[in-house]
Design a protein around this ligand. Structure first.
Ligand SMILES: [Mn+2]
Length: 430
């Protein structure tokens, strides 16, 4: 695994940082013990946690205006898997990869599974793509896909999703994520009810093809590429879809797909309560679907989302098993560095949520002690849990400090010499 980063580089960097880490870990252990928290129990949970890497995330993203390709960008899924293996080798927090079809389509699926298994990676949820036209495609998605007014276009989009399921079955995936760009740019352009009914009918056909041990995740998004209305615009519509389809259908929450002031952690709580939280696309945003690095803008919100997840985990909420994936676009950074940092931010939010004093919190809530309830959350959020994350990485063979270690290993320069610059890589905002 991660043979592109020499073990000697990781060992040398870790040896340099080890004494400080040991001291910091011991000090944090003492602090947490005073609060009745066992640091080892937290470390074990953090070590067992994994977030999936989106295959498209390792390429440089772009905006509506331009894309500035970086050196050594992956040319195809095999290069992407190598980059994902580097992220996993250093962070030990990203054991799986989520594929996007047809961007990651290959002739030989056996070669794909062999490569992944050699690199120590698994395949997470499959992602279909009916938001752009592919070369040679019979029907255009310009005016929609699963909700299109033309049945031949809808059928083509359904068939594509069935193909994604078939590919996923061969790769050992057990979930399909469906996000459509369907919507309208003008009031009156499409009939809200009829287009949603067509969407549901198409999703029922996809659902019918889902293997027994699979789940389907539908992803809502308030706007873009449609700027007046989208067919699956918010969590309410998403919940209706999951209810209409059946027990294998769940809602996926992409943190960037809401209006700026929406209380996302509360949406998470509602979906957990009614057994329909399917999973996450983690990213961060300030204005809309900015696809910025997870935790880059508002780490407290990320923590509050994880506070709900740990609450659900702690009380054994029925059917609670959300899938976790990053979904972001890297425009100004090395994507590998961004994905490593983001995976660690997700882990950090998880660790901080794990040390919340839930007994005290419940008592403050029952007593209507607003200030102390808030302080109970803040106490956990203000705790620097980095030694726990670093120790979990070190114990698993990863790097105490993944980014400096990655830079020291010179991976980007090595692949830049091998990979000619690509201009047609699928990527961007999904
Ligand atoms: Mn997404």
């Amino acid at each position: 695994m991660g043979e592109r980063i020499a073990a000697t580089v990781i060992e040398a960097d870790n040896a340099k940082r080890r004494p400080a880490l040991d001291a910091d870990y011991a000090a944090l252990g003492e602090r947490l013990a005073r609060r009745g928290v066992d640091i080892e129990a937290i470390r074990q949970k953090v070590a067992a946690y994994g977030v999936a890497i989106p295959s498209w995330g390792v390429g440089t993203g772009g905006t509506r205006f331009a894309r500035f390709p970086g050196p050594g960008e992956p040319r195809h899924i095999f290069d992407k898997l190598n980059d994902c293996a580097v992220i996993q080798a250093l962070t030990r927090a990203t054991p799986s990869v989520s594929l996007h079809i047809p961007w990651d389509k290959v002739d030989d699926l056996g070669e794909l599974t062999d490569t992944a298994s050699t690199l120590g990676l698994r395949f997470d949820a499959m992602n279909s793509n009916t938001f752009q036209d592919q070369p040679g495609q019979s029907h255009s998605y310009k005016f929609g896909s699963l909700s299109h007014s033309d049945s031949a276009t809808r059928n083509q989009a359904i068939e594509h999703n069935l193909e994604c399921i078939a590919i996923g079955k061969a790769l050992g995936s057990t979930a399909l994520t469906v996000w459509v760009g369907d919507g309208s740019n003008f009031p009156g352009q499409s009939h809200f009810t009829r287009s949603f009914e067509r969407y549901l009918e198409s999703m029922r056909a996809i659902y019918a093809d889902l293997p027994d041990d699979w789940r389907v995740f539908t992803e809502h998004k308030i706007f873009e590429p449609a700027f007046y209305s989208t067919v699956v615009q918010d969590w309410g519509t998403n919940y209706l879809i999951a209810q209409e389809l059946g027990p294998k259908a769940f809602c996926l929450v992409d943190l960037g797909h809401h209006a700026p002031t929406v209380n996302i952690e509360m949406i998470v709580a509602r979906l957990v309560q009614f057994g329909k939280l399917g999973g996450f696309h983690f990213n961060d945003s300030r204005y809309g679907d900015d696809d910025l690095d997870t935790g880059a803008i508002d780490p407290y919100r990320l923590f509050l989302v994880f506070n709900e997840l740990v609450d659900a985990e702690t009380r054994g909420a029925k059917g609670f098993d959300p899938a976790h994936m990053l979904d972001q676009s890297h425009n100004v950074t090395d994507p590998i560095e961004s994905l490593m940092t983001s995976a660690m931010e997700v882990q950090r939010a998880y660790a901080q949520a794990l040390i919340v004093d839930r007994v005290a919190l419940a008592a403050f809530q029952d007593d209507n002690d607003a200030l102390m309830a808030s302080e109970t959350l803040k106490q956990a959020f203000r705790t620097d849990v980095e030694p726990i994350l670093a120790k979990a990485r070190l114990d698993a063979g990863g790097a105490i400090a993944p980014v400096p270690c990655y830079r020291a290993a010179g991976y980007r320069a090595k692949v830049a010499a091998e990979r000619p610059q690509s201009t047609s890589l699928g990527g961007g905002i999904v």
